[in-house]
Design a protein around this ligand. Structure first.
Ligand SMILES: C[S@@+](CC[C@H](N)C(=O)[O-])C[C@H]1O[C@@H](n2cnc3c(N)ncnc32)[C@H](O)[C@@H]1O
Length: 265
C-alpha cells in the first residue's frame, strides 16, 4: 500500500462534523435548471462544460471578495462589538473559498493582536463537496495561481508538501461545513457577511430573488451580502442597495421614512 504523503508530516484531520439536522428539506422554486437534493448535479446542466463548471472553485479565487473580507473584518475588530465575526459562503463547493476567506480574516485578527473571535461557515447542496471541505486537503496550487501575499497566508495557516496542501488546525477550528440547499430558508444563525459567488448564474431572476431573499433573512443588522452573477431583475423588490465603490457588495436599504397615509372611506 502506498504511503500517505502526509504521514508524519501533517496533523491528522479530525473527523468531519455531522451536518445540521433537518438541513435537507426541499421546497419548490423556479430555477433555470431545477435542482433537487437527489440530483447528481453533473446531470442537470445542459452540456459537459457547464456541468464541470458548476463545482469549479479554487483557493484565493476572487481578489474583490477577499478585499471585502479584509475590510469588513477590520471594521468589526475596530468596532469592538461583542461576539464573533460570522461569515457564510453559500454554494461553497469543496471549501477553498471558505478557507481563503477565513485566512484573510484570521490575518486581520492577528495583525490587531486580538483573539480570532470569528467563524466561517460553508454550505453546498452537494454532500461530496462538503466532505472535501471538511477534510481541507487539496492539490498544491501552481506557483503563479495567486499573488505572493496569499502564499504568505497559506504558509501561515496550512501545511504543504510538493503535491498537497492541508489546512491547519487553527484554520479548521474556525471553519464549519454543512450540506444545505439555499432554496430553503436558513434558520438559527445570523451572519455579518454572506457570500454567494459563482452560483446565481444557474438560476433565473425569480429563482435568484427567492434565494437572495432567503439569505437576506439571516443577515445581521448592518451586515453585507456579496452577490455575484445577479441578473437584471434578480434583486427586484428586495430593498438591497449596492455599495458604490464595491460593485458586488450589498446592504439592506433604509426603510421609507414618514407616515403611511390611510384613506378614510
Ligand atoms: C461554481 S461553484 C462556486 C464555488 C465557490 N462559491 C466559488 O465561487 O469558487 C457553484 C456551487 O454552487 C452549488 N449550488 C448550486 N445550487 C445550489 C443550491 N441551491 N444550494 C446550495 N448550493 C448550490 C453547486 O453545488 C456548486 O458547488
Amino acid at each position: 500500500m502506498a504511503d500517505s504523503p502526509f504521514r508524519g508530516t501533517f496533523p491528522k484531520p479530525s473527523q468531519p462534523r455531522p451536518a445540521a439536522p433537518g438541513s435537507d428539506m426541499t421546497i419548490s422554486c423556479r430555477a433555470t435548471n431545477p435542482l433537487s437534493l437527489q440530483d447528481d448535479l453533473g446531470k442537470v446542466f445542459l452540456d459537459e462544460n457547464q456541468a464541470k463548471a458548476t463545482t469549479a472553485t479554487r483557493l484565493f479565487r476572487n481578489e474583490e471578495l477577499l478585499d471585502a473580507v479584509k475590510r469588513l473584518t477590520s471594521e468589526f475588530i475596530q468596532s469592538k462589538r461583542s461576539g464573533k465575526f460570522c461569515m457564510w459562503s453559500t454554494g461553497c463547493s469543496s471549501g477553498e473559498e471558505v478557507y481563503s476567506m477565513a485566512m484573510v480574516a484570521l490575518n486581520e485578527f492577528s495583525k490587531a493582536k486580538r483573539q480570532p473571535l470569528m467563524e466561517a461557515c460553508g454550505t453546498d447542496i452537494n454532500p461530496e463537496r462538503i466532505m472535501e471541505g471538511r477534510m481541507g486537503r487539496y492539490g498544491r496550487p501552481g506557483k503563479d495561481a495567486f499573488a505572493q501575499n496569499y502564499w504568505v497566508l497559506l504558509r501561515n495557516y496550512a501545511e504543504m508538501n510538493n503535491s498537497q496542501v492541508q489546512m491547519g488546525d487553527l484554520l479548521r477550528s474556525v471553519c464549519t461545513f454543512a450540506k444545505f440547499d439555499m432554496r430553503n430558508k436558513p434558520k438559527n444563525h445570523t451572519f455579518h457577511f454572506i457570500v454567494c459567488n459563482h452560483v446565481l448564474q444557474y438560476y433565473d431572476a425569480p429563482g435568484q430573488r427567492h434565494i437572495i431573499g432567503n439569505l437576506k433573512a439571516v443577515l445581521k443588522p448592518g451586515g453585507y451580502l456579496y452577490l455575484e452573477g445577479v441578473t437584471e431583475h434578480g434583486l427586484d423588490g428586495l430593498n438591497l442597495v449596492k455599495l458604490p465603490d464595491r460593485p458586488l457588495l450589498y446592504q439592506v436599504g433604509e426603510r421609507p421614512r414618514g407616515r403611511t397615509l390611510i384613506r378614510r372611506k
